[in-house]
Design a protein around this ligand. Structure first.
Ligand code: NAP
Length: 244
């Protein structure tokens, strides 16, 4: 797909991986709808950087925990930037705790952001896309889905389900909408884990001996968007950490 002149919605586009994805899209000439929840100032910075790259950009605030209001998000984007051709489900919620320690509320909050919001947005995306147009969806999963572990119970379950949802919608939305995913390994320290020396972790756990970066994920999202014969694929970008 030629990206120039297309419009993309990036959830969680104000910071970290989402920011890199939004800016990479703008660099390719794509208009960008930058969704955020709490990172308003950062999202506005991304908007300005995108505009400086010569594309249209706008910011949209929505709490994805209230996923049932997401039709409004898509309508707001349509009103300001026109039809959305590309949807990047990037926003995510990462909660600690194994299965026994996880409370129902925490499980539900994680699923709302990581699974139900992408599901709702995919439906809204499909219904606003004219049937003669091509559409592309990229879900940001996690390379940890390829293994079973007991930590981060709610997060892992929701990302495994997002992976399966990628396959299911790839079948259901073919042939005019492709649905793929990127599954990142360690790219950045998580909020609250900045004290951990990720280079040391990488030396111990990652065959390529280093962590990735938001830009590497953005490059792989662009790679997917340029493919016309690819749907239902999950690209694992983790330096070999999860070879199983
Ligand atoms: N960083 C990594 O190494 C890594 C590794 C594997 C997978 N991933 C996945 O990659 C994606 C991006 O990760 P990240 O590390 O860049 O960011 P992150 O810190 O995991 O996620 C925060 C992002 O999600 C948004 N978000 C969280 N809760 C939200 C809510 N209730 N409503 C709306 N937006 C919400 C935040 O928006 P605001 O800041 O505006 O509130 C922010 O943009 C996530 O899906 C994550 O699971 C990341």
């Amino acid at each position: 797909m030629e990206l120039r002149g297309k419009t993309a919605l990036v959830t969680g586009g104000g910071i970290r991986l989402g920011r890199a994805i939004a800016l990479a899209l703008a660099q390719e000439g794509c208009n960008v709808a930058i969704h955020f929840n709490r990172s308003r100032e950062k999202a506005i910075e991304v908007k300005q950087q995108a505009i400086d790259l010569g594309v249209k950009a706008e910011v949209f605030q929505f709490d994805l925990s209230d996923f049932s209001s997401l039709d409004q998000l898509m309508k707001d984007v349509n009103n300001q930037l026109g039809t959305v051709d590309i949807l990047i489900n990037n926003a995510g919620n990462y909660k600690k705790g194994n299965g026994l320690k996880t409370e129902y509320d925490s499980l539900q909050a994680t699923f709302n952001v990581n699974l139900f919001a992408p599901w709702w947005l995919i439906k809204a995306f499909e219904s606003q896309l004219p049937s003669e147009k091509m559409g592309k969806i990229v879900n940001i999963c996690d390379a940890g889905i390829f293994r079973t572990a007991t930590d981060h119970f709610a997060y892992r379950l929701s990302k495994k389900a997002l992976c399966e949802m990628t396959h299911m919608f790839a079948l259901e939305l073919a042939p005019n909408i492709t649905v793929n995913a990127v599954a990142p390994g360690i790219m950045l320290p998580l909020a609250g884990y900045e004290h951990i020396d990720l280079e040391q972790v990488a030396a111990r756990k990652i065959p390529l001996n280093r962590i990735g970066s938001p830009e590497i994920i953005a490059e792989n999202v662009l790679h997917i968007l340029h493919q016309d014969f690819m749907t239902g694929s999950i690209i694992k970008i983790d330096g070999g950490e999860n070879i199983v």
